[in-house]
Design a protein around this ligand. Sequence first.
Ligand code: MG
Length: 362
Amino acid sequence: MTRAVAVELFRIRLPLRSPFRTARSTTTHKDALLVRVVTSDGEGWGEVGAEPSPCYAPDTLDTARLILRDELVPRVLAGAGLDDVRGHHPARAAITTALLDARLRAEGTSLAAYLGATSRYVSAGVAIGRLGDRDALVADAAAYAAQGYRSLKVKIAPGADVEEIGAVRRELGAEVTLQVDANGSYSLADADRLAALDDLGVACLEQPLAPDALLDHAALATRLRTPIGLDESIVSANAAHDAVAVGACAVVSIKSALVGGIDAARRTHDVCFAANVAARAGGMLETGVGRAVLVALAALPGFTIPGDCSASDRYFDEDVTEPFELDDGRIRVPAGPGIGVTPRAEVLARCTIARERWRAGR
Ligand code: MG
């Protein structure tokens, strides 16, 4: 049986090509935490899908680091399971992904094949965070469409929504798939305002209300024609099951970091697939390590709405792994063993700002 003999954490920082502004935060640099697991078979990599601040989700890079250091890494190095640990999904997702990656690399199996995904390409999608700057938003949207993106997701918030989306729609015409993401910044009292999106051909209104407001989302859904998607609310396969059961959403955004790992993401996909509810693969401004997982998941058949699968150059001049590239509006699913990409040593050395390592038996 594969045993982990060492675990290493790399806190890295990559400059973003442009600031990313949502209803709840602005990001100018990508801070990430990469997990490298060394096993008796080889090495594997995972990325903690969290931000430095708790403004998107409760877990942060620092809380993930602590739970890895104090709870998850000791269990993994002792050969124990993680089933007795509750929550801390981004940390759990990162270390279990690294373990799975090591195993699949040793077996010569790609993550997509492990998942049962057969698509060689996924539809690319790009998220635009330009809240409060309509000219920059429209210019970004036109530039991404010119690059070949056929699906755009625009961040919205109260006061920066209907007029902005209307301007993007006029600029791009009817052909481009438009989604919007409110990051929980509205309340049910805004229903009439949000209903104005119905005339703009929006494919998905993501997370209009607070993450725990399932019943209000269900009430909102009765007042809109625009399909409601949930993202922050989907913290497990059970959460997706409940959201679908109460009619809170017609689209489920699935993030392995939020649900606690690749297998949990697969189960969440299966819940949606069985209920005939569209899934979309949600992104976290990942480096190439997390992006490889995102793209492999998105190749599953239930992901029928374009997700946040962007090329690496949407965010970074230089990604930590070999870059993901746009190919006729699509992204190629990595076919190599494991997640199919590996951090490049020289880039990793340049962008690492802190590093910790633990070994079994110490
Ligand atoms: Mg979102």
